[in-house]
Design a protein around this ligand. Structure first.
Ligand code: FA5
Length: 349
């Protein structure tokens, strides 16, 4: 066998090795083309080749080197392309698969009730006061109590146990101070005042099933000429019917508030009342206080009680929500348990 035959055999053998799909190409490069590789070894036999043939043999040697190097490079390219294809196939995103939608929040049930109350009164031509200037949660003693006909030593202050910040500043115990803030600025030449003020209020009440230390009220005030108790009653019945329909019974009880005279409280029956329900079986819950505004309050707000009369009310939307949805414990509304709150999913939320 001549050296040329050996070179051709080497080329054949290298090709087969390189084309083997499990071939380690770097290993083969070292094995065939490395400094101590098979080609180098064969070419060491050059010294025994007759001088006249050396050029030809040398050329064959170069061709074989080139062939092996090219075949290795080609194979390397193929492998890289195959690897890329494999990766792309593995990482393909199927855009037709259904997506997982994010959890969507919703309006809190108490806000839903307040929205319902608000839209009812807007429909009756009331304006809504809920800005921090006319309806601040941190109030002065003057607006929360004194302007509501409750001077400093008035015993009725005990009805609303108060969080004081300083002796003159407090967390409002009721939305009634909004009445004075709006009324003192009202221009009667533009017509009567009809307003509601929804908001948060705070009392040092011990939390129980029907009391929370922080809850909501919606204040209402109508001031004009010839405003009567009949107007008050009609207004209260209309909101109660809007929220509870005809099925729950409503009763007005005489009551006492220093800022209204006469005063009433409104109770609603916990359950629906049918003609068969015995009066003694009806369970009542108090939901609002109301009355004809005391002349002293009108005077303190710069309104002539001889010319104008007024009624006011303070609704408890938390209790409304309890009744509407049969929730027996007010504290549920404040625990922020999504499992509880997500039950009240108003359409469109
Ligand atoms: C008042 O706060 C008066 N300002 C209401 C008023 C306004 C009367 C205008 C006359 C004219 P009262 O303390 O009763 O009244 O509270 C009114 C309503 O708020 C109650 O009927 C009840 O529904 C709700 N409420 C009172 N205390 C709590 C409490 N701790 N937790 C939840 N709701 C309460």
């Amino acid at each position: 066998m001549t050296l040329v035959d050996d070179l051709k055999a080497l080329r054949q053998q290298a090709q087969e090795h390189i084309e083997d799909r499990n071939a380690d190409l770097e290993q083969l490069r070292i094995e065939y083309l490395g400094r101590k590789g098979q080609l180098t070894k064969l070419l060491k036999g050059m010294k025994d080749v007759p001088a006249a043939d050396r050029k030809t043999v040398g050329q064959v040697g170069n061709e074989v080197r080139e062939f092996i190097a090219n075949t290795l490079a080609e194979r390397q390219k193929q492998k890289a392309a195959a690897e890329l294809d494999r990766q792309l196939a593995a990482e393909t995103i199927d855009v037709t698969l259904p997506g997982s939608s994010p959890i969507q929040g919703q309006t809190h049930v108490l806000q839903q009730i307040m929205d319902e109350i608000e839209s009812h009164f807007l429909g009756m031509g009331f304006q809504v006061i809920d800005d921090p200037v006319d309806s601040p949660e941190v109030e002065t003693d003057e607006y929360n109590f004194e302007r509501e006909n409750l001077p400093k030593d008035h015993p009725a202050r005990d009805m609303q146990d108060t969080f004081y910040v300083t002796p003159e500043i407090l967390l409002r115990t009721q939305t009634s101070p909004v009445q004075s803030r709006v009324l003192e600025k009202h221009d009667f030449s533009k017509g009567p005042l009809k307003m509601i003020a929804p908001g948060k209020v705070y009392r040092r009440d011990t939390d129980d099933a029907t009391h929370s230390h922080q809850f909501h009220q919606v204040e209402g005030l109508v001031v004009g000429e010839n405003v009567t108790m009949a107007d008050l009653k009609g207004t209260l019945l209309s909101i109660m019917q809007e929220l509870f329909g005809e099925k729950h019974q409503i009763r007005l009880r005489p009551s006492y508030f220093p800022f209204t005279e006469p005063s009433v409280e409104v109770d609603v029956s916990w359950d629906e009342v049918t003609p068969d329900t015995k009066p003694e079986d009806i369970r009542w819950i108090e939901v609002l206080g109301a009355g004809m505004t005391h002349p002293n309050v009108l005077k303190m707000d710069g309104v002539d009680p001889e010319k104008y009369s007024a009624f006011a009310f303070g609704l408890g939307p938390d209790r409304f929500a309890m009744l509407k949805y049969g929730v027996e414990d007010i504290r549920q509304f404040y625990l922020n348990d999504v499992r509880f709150l997500s039950q009240f999913n108003r359409k469109g939320n």
